[in-house]
Design a binder for this molecule. Structure first.
Ligand code: SF4
Length: 343
């Protein structure tokens, strides 16, 4: 592969079928043991991700929203086995990667799926120049034959994310917050990925920088045929970038739909409460919804309520909700919800 790899791949992907499934997640669970006592015996489990299923189509952006601690970041990490799933299957581009050895996982997931984190600075080595940092994955995956080609590739990447090629000689502390996130994006692109999981990627940035980074992500998506899973607690940001949106609560996916449908007509009482805080923009101007204030705190994921996990806070709770877990079902075409109100 030469230094024009990015552009080559753009041309190739123009003839791909636009909306085929790239990722399928089936009944994914990630439980963390809770240990106690001198012997550190397992006394329970934190159900960080609990029986989640969804698909991601090639070229789309799936937004995942939910309050802090709902399990969305754990879910993102479990998809690429940074956390080993407790149960369930993750099928990437037709291959079930759940039980693949690290050797087989490497050319597939470690190369084709990348993550962008909230704080790219934390994962950059302060003693290495940007050039050295970006060179590491190229060398590890033996993608380019010689130093000059690798250098060209790094300069091209920096250019693509809006940084000057001379940045490769600078150290992480010399960059601003927005520039560091551009570096995070450049690093995620080094290996020509197909899927990028952005975990609160713009949450730490000022609003004006946020929109620059989101615009950059959108440009890259259309140029490079990238697929995104965009994880965020910020419903306004997700609304801007996502095609479909999934809502998580206490380790469960409670609603999933095409973006406009979800924001215009949320079905799950939790989604309705979340969106009631977000102003709606209509032709006649900004319309405010009636604010739904939820009572109580999110229960502990180590001690989930029985039945519907939301029943302790749900304004529409029924008797059945206390004991029976609602199935995640299609309530309207392409609009899925886990709630007894729609059964
Ligand atoms: Fe509320 Fe019951 Fe629906 Fe859960 S299943 S969201 S408690 S109405």
């Amino acid at each position: 592969m030469g230094s024009t790899g990015l552009l080559e791949r753009t041309k190739q992907t123009e003839i791909k079928i636009a909306k085929e499934t790239l990722l399928e997640v089936r009944n994914l669970k990630k439980y963390f043991p809770v240990k106690a006592g001198i012997l550190q015996r397992t006394v329970g489990h934190v159900k960080a991700v609990d029986d989640i299923s969804f698909t991601v189509k090639r070229g789309e952006t799936l937004g995942i929203v939910g309050e802090s601690g709902c399990g969305k970041s754990t879910m993102g990490r479990s998809l690429i086995r940074l956390y080993e799933p407790t149960e369930g299957n993750v099928i990437f581009d037709g291959t079930d990667i759940t039980n693949l050895s690290e050797r087989k996982l490497r050319p597939l997931i470690r190369k084709k799926v990348q993550m962008i984190f909230q704080d790219p600075f934390a994962s950059l080595n302060p003693r290495k120049t940007l050039g050295k940092t970006l060179n590491e994955p190229l060398t590890a995956h033996k993608l380019f034959g010689n130093k000059k080609e690798r250098e060209e590739r790094i300069k091209e990447l920096l250019n693509v994310v809006g940084l000057h090629p001379s940045s490769m000689n600078h150290y992480p502390h010399e960059f601003s917050g927005g520039q560091r996130q551009r570096i995070g994006i450049a690093r995620s692109l080094v290996l020509n990925p197909e899927l990028i999981i952005a975990d609160e990627a713009v949450s730490a940035l000022d609003v004006s920088i946020q929109s620059q980074i989101i615009n950059l992500l959108e440009e890259l998506q259309s140029e490079l045929d990238l697929t995104y899973i965009f994880i965020s607690h910020d419903l306004s940001v997700v609304r801007h970038i996502a095609d479909r949106v999934g809502v998580m609560y206490l380790g469960k996916l409670v609603e999933l739909s095409e973006k406009n449908d979800l924001y215009a007509e949320p079905l799950h009482p939790y989604t309705q409460a979340l969106l009631s805080a977000v102003p709606v923009i209509r032709k006649k101007g900004v319309v405010k919804r009636e604010r739904i204030v939820l009572k109580g705190d999110i229960p502990s994921a180590a001690n989930q309520p029985t039945g519907c996990v939301f029943h302790t806070r749900c304004p529409a709770k029924m008797k059945i909700c206390e004991t029976i877990i609602p199935e995640f079902k299609e309530a309207k075409p392409d609009h899925f919800v886990a709630c007894h109100l729609y059964e």
